[in-house]
Design a protein around this ligand. Sequence first.
Ligand code: PEP
Ligand code: MG
Length: 589
Amino acid sequence: MHNGIGVSPGVVVGVAYRVESVLGLSEPKTLENPAQIPAEIAYFDRAVEEAESELEGLVQRVAQELGPSAAEIFQTHLQILGDPGLLSRVHSLIEKQSLTALSALHQVMNRYVAQFARIEQDYFRERLNDLRDVILRVGSHLTRKKEPVPDGAIESHDDNEPVILVAHEILPSQAMSLGDLPIAGIVTEVGGSTSHAAILARSRGIPAVSGVEGIMNDVASGDLMVVDGREGHVLVRPEQEATMAYRKVQREFFHLKDSLISNRDEPARSLDGTRAELLANINNLADADAAHTVGASGVGLFRTEYLFLTHHDVPGEEEQYEYYRQIVLNSPGQTVTIRTLDLGGDKTVPYLGRRSEPNPFMGWRSIRIFFENPKLLITQIRAILRAGRHGKVSMLFPMVTTLEELRKINKMVKETRDNLRREGVLFAEDVKTGVMVEVPAAVFCIDALLRETDFISIGSNDLIQYLVAADRDNPKVAYLCEPLSPAIFRVLQMVLDACARTGTPVTLCGEMAGQPRSALVLFGMGLRRFSMSPAFIPTVKNLLAGVTTAQAERFAHHVLQLSTSDEIRSYLTARLREISSTLEIFDSV
Ligand code: PEP
Ligand code: MG
């Protein structure tokens, strides 16, 4: 058995499918017939040409959107791609060893990695990153046309076992392209509860475990596996007895999920009728559909960075506007809260410069980036204000730390509105603006922030990592990123009290909003707007229907008196079992 972090609850038994990344160390693949060599070379050359024209487009777009210095990185990439040495190495491997174009590209990359590994200086490491980017880009053109990632392999499992993806890491672009495949579980070696793999898994409601060191050395595609997303356990080639026991839990999990969704048209309310809003966290249009299917009462958090992360280019104002408009039209009559770009930390795009920072989560991330690159934020604000005409839209700013930052943003929003007005461009005047409270400093100056913002959204994922000084994606310190802890609940109570005093609308959009035990306490503490992965909405609705407001208040009051996470966890587990004998399966520990 391997242990990791349970990042998406539920249990599944299935067969493994290993995802080798484009740069993975997979076995080299050769062509079936040497006669295919010239066609394979031509096919590779076409992919290079496509990558080249894509890069040329990027140089222009980025220079226009962000200025010429930001476009330099793509100039460098064009030079790398134009290097005859790189191309001739790939050609020669196809010719002499009959490798497929993709395998030849892998081999060349691996050789570069080996060469660079001996070099200490950061400068050369950065160049390796650039080279990797270029090779990935060419690779993505090759795979896009010929080898639609794991489709074939998934179909080749003729038994009816569900498929479990096993990967070292899932990149944002892969996470989205895997979105439509019939996957029933995900296991990764790196990443924590907010990695792309975790977000993908939760948005699809499938069990997932991250941070499972060494799993790639132990699993072959086709192996039977168990993924227990509640406990963070992964079993490879399990004994028959364990398999049977887990299959039973899996059946219960599926059955329960199916039966819960029947509450989609009922309002969310407690046993005594106190209403709550259960909103969806979405990353793309597919998630917006999922939100609709489960009966979300709106979108509490649209993470726009996925639009940028999966884009080969910088999405311009028109493209963003069109995308946001689609999302808004998908939720008629409901509020859609669009969060401005939250890049940095683990989410990087090359056009913002690839600086390696010693502490990326403490560094140049989120709105901090835009004080240096205001144009990118202004373009986004324009697109959001314009999309506001098609429904009820709010705009949310992540990582606000000080009142000065909030004032700078408010000034940008005001100037953008003025400019749109002056240009005669139609936009919605009533788009509300809000602040994410996810940095402890924002909690301690909350009263000042509340005076200058329309609403608050608590980002508990980040708030927790910053409160406990532990990287939320690092499995070694995952035990500290525990939402069920005395410090977290006390801090949350401060924010909720401040919002209640001033009558400011407040939502909590971190993962704890969708976890039964923490949701119970939050409801008891007075929270009425919960935003979560769509898959959790039926569960939380069912949970609230089984508890009175007074009961939940008592639970919250009691929890705030406890001094350790263990006490809180066991107290809440007991309360949850009294309310429902089944919902525990949806809670990751
Ligand atoms: C959070 O920090 O709680 C949050 C919802 O935002 P993200 O997970 O995208 O940082
Ligand atoms: Mg956050």
